[in-house]
Ligand binder design. Structure first.
Ligand SMILES: [Zn+2]
Length: 435
């Protein structure tokens, strides 16, 4: 998710500015992460404890009415790319009963009580009014317009995340909600194409039910709505990899923003410079995520799987390749098996090129469903390529992994060590040395 402008606009959250120092997360809390770290380091890598014995192995939430979340043909965000991901996943893993994927296809809009887990009643009333208005009403400074039926459309996306969360908690298998991931919406306002924050509502429900949540966000934009929404919560570990807020909307997500009160030391921001690429994401992900999750010991993992970090994206410049996304997906699935007995909700997110969004999310589905994931060189199905052409009037890529050539990355090994050092100092943890 994201907005069409760039810059350093800072949201009116009432929270300290990123450079305000936050008086040190270490001082505020002797960090559960730090105290648990040494113990967790000795955990055997073979601590699996989760065995897939039944079919299906993944639940996918997709209702054709998710399309109703539509800002119009001129707007950069479209659920059409997610629909093409679903079609591709259906093509390579044909629906069957029983089969490796359970499809949840009928999702009514979320009830008001569900939305109120995260959103304020006054804001819900404002969206309801915009939803009924005959003329377009802007819901934020300009990127997120209301439209007829926007309340129900956004509430249906929320219900998708809620359904996915309920399914994974109950069934102990991963759930995938490609249409979701609207991580910029705040309790009282829309932001960055996001009217309601489906992932935050799902996290709120898990917290309300006394669960600990590890929230991972790999969208190119900082997941500000989720992070600030749980900034003081000791039940939410939030780890967010994104393009540096000095170069991209929403202008937040600095390492010094590390949580407050019970949440101190549990909000982990990993900003990367434009052009960073796989050489930045992959080693940092492997050094940071398993270590902190093993220390925190979540009950469920929630992933916002934006694809706007993909090389060639029209709004961000992180230059990740499909191989990096597949690596992240396999790592996350392994951690869910190890730590949460398979309780994992993965949503979609931003991504403004249909060719990358569709293939990356579809391959994520194959990895989560534990079927043979196609490798980069494998050809895409001819039937899907025809659907792609019919939907977009453009030629589909030929293989799963072809992508624009990344420009040379400015990221150096010393940049990784410097960032790791800042995180260790801010969070009061020690991260593994480079492998
Ligand atoms: Zn984004």
């Amino acid at each position: 998710m994201m907005a069409a402008r760039t810059g350093s606009a800072y949201p009116a959250t009432g929270l300290p500015r990123p450079d305000a120092g936050l008086a040190g997360c270490r001082a505020a809390r002797p960090t559960a992460l730090a105290s648990a770290f040494a113990r967790e380091q000795s955990r055997a890598a073979s601590d699996r404890g989760f065995l897939v014995t039944s079919s299906p192995r993944l639940s996918v939430v997709w209702d054709e009415r998710f399309h109703d979340y539509d800002f119009g043909p001129e707007h950069p965000f479209s659920e059409r790319s997610r629909e093409l991901a679903v079609r591709l996943l259906e093509t390579v893993v044909p629906p069957a009963d029983p089969g490796p994927i359970e499809w949840l296809r009928s999702v009514p809009p979320a009830e008001r009580a569900s939305l109120e887990r995260f959103h304020r009643p006054e804001y819900l009333a404002k969206v309801q009014a915009a939803s009924r208005a005959r003329e377009t009403v802007l819901l934020d400074a300009g990127d997120t317009p209301g439209f007829p039926g926007c309340y129900e459309a956004a509430a249906r996306i929320v219900a998708g995340a809620d359904r996915g969360l309920g399914t994974t908690l109950e069934a102990g298998r991963p759930a995938f909600h490609p249409a979701g991931g609207l991580h910029h919406a705040h309790p009282d306002r829309a932001s960055g194409f996001c009217i309601f924050n489906d992932v935050a509502v799902a996290v709120s429900r898990a917290v309300d039910e006394h669960r600990k949540v590890a929230y991972l966000d790999i969208d190119a934009h900082h997941g500000d709505g989720v992070m600030y929404g749980f900034y003081e919560s000791g039940r939410v570990l939030d780890i967010d990899f994104h393009q540096d807020g000095r170069t991209l909307f929403p202008g937040t997500g600095f390492p010094t923003e590390c949580g407050r009160r019970d949440g101190a030391g549990l909000k982990v921001n990993v900003p990367l410079p434009p052009g960073a690429g796989d050489g930045a994401l992959r080693p940092l992900f492997h050094r940071i995520v398993p270590t902190l999750l093993r220390s925190f010991r979540p009950d469920v993992i929630v992933v916002q799987h934006g694809v706007d970090g993909h090389v060639g994206d029209t709004l961000a410049r992180l230059q990740y390749t499909p191989a990096a996304y597949a690596d992240v997906d396999r790592t996350v699935l392994g951690l869910a098996r190890e730590l949460t007995r398979g309780r994992l909700l993965v949503t979609g997110g931003g991504g403004y090129r249909a060719d990358s969004v569709s293939r990356v999310l579809a391959r994520a589905g194959t990895i989560l469903a534990q079927v043979d994931a196609p490798d980069d060189a494998a050809a895409l199905p001819a039937r899907w390529r025809e659907e792609y052409r019919a939907a977009l009037g453009a030629t589909a890529p030929r293989t799963w992994g072809e992508h624009p050539r990344p420009a040379p990355s400015p990221w150096r090994r010393e940049d990784e060590e410097k960032l790791v050092g800042v995180l260790e100092s801010t969070l009061g943890v020690r991260l593994p040395r480079p492998s």
